[in-house]
Write a protein that binds this ligand. Structure first.
Ligand code: SF4
Length: 234
């Protein structure tokens, strides 16, 4: 496991739980708005590698927090890029912690294994754009059926879950949000997260915008036609 960072305490990353968050290094997307380029771009990963956290150190830390933490949120980068992720999660579960996994949905095979072993308690999957034009955001071409498979696996996993979209004024029109919401129609929870134009993988995105509160509410209403609970963040 390449553990690029750790946030030792979070009340936000794992809904309803006191957790620690780990950030894995490596991602197969190149979203221009990404706030973690040092966990995505190979040249930055290589440069920072000596600062990564050894697994043993992470597990020792976790042991020392047994009485304080409910769980571990695993985010990235893209965690399913780590070939040993499944066994890593199994080890966390054996210690008695809950696990939340963030994913971009490009590795349904690994999700299948995780679900069959009942290793994750909460999934959060990004739905960045309508599935058929996904590469406009991610800059990588992946067939829509891969995302659809991950969506279906997560929805039917028996674990708690949410789908979520980072909303950028220049990209996410009401029509786009309606298309995305339709692709997760009937799901339990969908989160619209407002874009913050600060440190971004593609510098051009630093000049893009989040939405006003009223525009976010407008998108929320549209998504509520398709999804049980729509949360707005930011
Ligand atoms: S936003 Fe997420 S999926 Fe996109 S490049 Fe960054 S880490 Fe990867």
């Amino acid at each position: 496991m390449l553990i690029g960072g750790i946030q030792t305490l979070t009340l936000l990353d794992f809904p309803g739980k006191v957790a620690t968050t780990i950030f894995t290094a490596g991602c197969n997307f190149r979203c221009g708005y990404c706030h973690n380029p040092e966990l995505v771009l190979p040249e930055l990963i290589k440069k920072n590698r000596h600062d990564f956290i050894p697994e043993e150190k992470f597990f020792n830390f976790l042991k020392s927090r047994e009485n304080f933490l409910d769980g571990v949120a695993i985010t990235g980068g893209e965690p399913t890029m780590q070939p040993d992720l499944v066994e890593f999660i199994a080890k966390i579960k054996e210690m008695g912690f809950l696990v939340k996994l963030d994913t971009n949905g490009t590795n349904p095979q690994m999700l299948k294994e995780i679900i069959s072993r009942d290793l994750v308690d909460y999934f959060a999957m990004d739905i960045k754009f309508p599935l058929e034009i996904y590469d406009k955001i991610t800059n990588v071409q992946i067939p829509a059926k891969i995302f659809q498979e991950s969506i279906d696996l997560i929805r039917n996993s028996g674990a708690d879950y949410e789908f979520r979209t980072t909303v950028i004024a220049e990209y996410h029109t009401p029509e786009i949000i309606e298309k995305i919401a339709k692709s997760v129609q009937g799901c339990r929870r969908y989160t619209l997260q407002n874009f913050r134009p600060d440190y971004t993988l593609d510098k051009k995105f630093a000049g893009f915008h989040g939405l006003t509160e009223s525009k976010m509410q407008e998108l929320q209403k549209i998504a509520e036609k398709y999804v049980e609970e729509v949360k707005v963040i930011g």
